[in-house]
Design a protein around this ligand. Structure first.
Ligand code: COI
Length: 356
């Protein structure tokens, strides 16, 4: 872990808040940003003094490596507020570890832990009014790192910018999603960067997802690149299958994102006495289960998506509609998880992190 002496964060406050122009009841995911952003540059071989400044456009040379080689990684986190006005993060240690794991894979220097937490917490306290209490409300937090060095030779940059921007958010999906099981395109391969939150992993999904959308589907569930026989993860979330009363989800690997919501669901399943198998899930077994009626649910789990039910899937021109259950596992996990996140229930695993 990189250690750095904590420098004072330089703070420049915005003169006017935009908050009164925001309709918090009609938010579209990721469109509105709070008043401030956190910025820290890597230059001369070290991370420089961090700054919090008004959210604003920035100037980057057209030759910056991020534009040419996609040397960029990001994270997705959320802050929640309880009815007493206290602010909570959910398992932020996991996001911190994962951004540095992603960074290492993309040859980006690790970000120091003390800068990450001091920067994040100072920013959240400044943006407290943007975090609305109540289930369903949150502040989505997007830490990211980009290669800023103006140089187009294909090699790692010497300079980077680490930033945190924040956006008030409600649910990413406001209705159950229809998904397509991938038959041709792949999201990731063995030895690749599928496990990392590399910006390019998401860009590479846009074209096939666009084709799926033209067929009336919202998302793709990616299958393994070599055989397309095993279900891995969806574009914006990890994925769980309920067959009978049992949950099944794919194991993480260098192709699959080690989702924080995914691992929390696996733990909550154990707490709730629900059997959860972590093993390769074949397309065939899910189609068979859909045919014989034992497939009860499919749902996704992710920071932005929270728990999102799947209402239909398609594979090889076979379409299966999944009737939505009243007492679904998806709604049970969503309730259990969001109650912990919003400080409405006991946090027996110590997942909540209060921002003081
Ligand atoms: C998240 O859930 O935080 C993600 O990064 C997924 C993103 C596509 C919205």
């Amino acid at each position: 872990m990189v250690e750095s002496n904590p420098n004072e964060i330089v703070i420049v406050k915005s003169e006017h808040s935009k908050i009164n122009s925001v309709d918090f009841n009609n938010l579209i995911f990721g469109r509105v940003f709070t008043d401030h952003m956190f910025v820290c540059d890597f230059e001369d071989g070290k991370w420089q003094t961090p700054k919090i400044m008004p959210y604003q456009p920035m100037t980057i040379e057209p030759s910056a490596r991020v534009f040419h080689y996609g040397q960029a990684v990001f994270e997705g986190m959320k802050a929640y507020k309880d009815e007493n006005g206290s602010i909570f993060l959910f398992r932020p240690d996991q996001n911190f570890k994962r951004i540095n794991k992603s960074a290492a894979r993309l040859a980006i220097p690790e970000f120091p832990e003390n800068y990450f937490f001091e920067g994040l917490e100072t920013l959240l306290k400044m943006e407290s009014d943007w975090i609305k209490p109540g289930l369903g409300n949150s502040l989505y937090i997007r830490p990211f790192v980009i290669a800023t060095e103006p140089a187009i030779s294909a090699s790692p940059a010497a300079t980077y910018r680490f930033m945190i921007i924040c956006s008030p958010a409600k649910a990413y999906y406001n209705k159950p999603v229809r998904v397509l099981f991938a038959e041709k395109f792949s999201r990731s391969a063995d030895g690749g960067v599928g496990f990392a939150k590399a910006a390019g992993n998401y860009a590479a999904q846009f074209y096939p997802t666009g084709l799926a959308q033209k067929k009336g589907f919202d998302q793709i569930i990616w299958t393994d690149a070599s055989t397309h026989k095993y279900l891995e993860e969806a574009g914006t979330m990890n994925i769980f299958f309920r067959v009978g009363d049992k949950l099944i989800t794919a194991p993480t690997s260098d192709r699959i994102l080690d989702g924080v919501t995914r691992k929390s669901v696996i733990q909550l399943a154990e707490d709730l006495g629900i059997e959860c198998e972590v093993r390769p899930v074949s397309v065939l077994e899910i189609k068979e289960a859909a045919k014989d009626g034992s497939l009860k649910e499919i749902f996704g789990a992710g920071t932005a998506a929270v728990i999102s039910a799947v209402s239909a899937f398609e594979h090889a021109d076979d379409v299966f509609e999944i009737p939505q259950l009243e007492n679904s596992y998806a709604s049970l996990f969503k309730k259990t998880l969001t109650h912990i996140q919003h400080n409405l229930s006991e946090d027996k695993h110590g997942w909540r992190h209060e921002v003081k």
